[in-house]
Design a protein around this ligand. Structure first.
Ligand SMILES: [Zn+2]
Length: 140
């Protein structure tokens, strides 16, 4: 079973590398054609940022694939890193580089959302307390 997954992963990796190369080439062409065009500078800059964002994501995917290949070598592939249970075969078919089972993944996503929420709350709270300090009528 892992042999076929390995094949899928290697194929995905090859596809990603091909896409990355294609992106790099097309970015270079855009850059060449827009040199000296000041009016398009802002757009180009934004485009480049988008490109880096994208390639960062592709990079993450590549890392995830390499990671999965490593786990196949180690014999730990298909086991949830969080709870140690086996990850469902159907899930691995859809996400061959999944590290966590569905339950742990959704738990983590919930947690991430909570962290984001509490960070946003903290920022709001700080804004309010700065306002209170400026008024300076009460010490807590
Ligand atoms: Zn789990």
């Amino acid at each position: 079973m892992t042999e076929s997954i390995k094949k899928v992963l290697l194929k995905k990796k090859a596809e990603l590398l091909k896409d990355l190369n294609k992106d790099l080439k097309s970015e270079k062409n855009d850059f060449d054609s827009e040199i000296g065009d000041f009016y398009d500078n802002a757009d180009t800059e934004r485009g480049r940022q988008l490109f880096h964002l994208l390639s960062g994501r592709e990079q993450d995917k590549l890392n995830a694939i390499d990671d999965a290949l490593q786990r196949i070598e180690d014999g730990t592939y298909g086991v949830c890193e969080e709870c140690g249970k086996k990850i469902h075969k159907e899930r691995l078919k859809i996400m061959p580089f999944a590290k966590f089972c569905v339950a742990c993944q959704s738990e983590m996503e919930k947690h991430a959302a909570k962290v984001k929420e509490s960070m946003e709350e903290e920022f709001t709270y700080k804004d309010i307390s700065i306002g209170e300090v400026e008024e300076g009528d009460e010490n807590v």
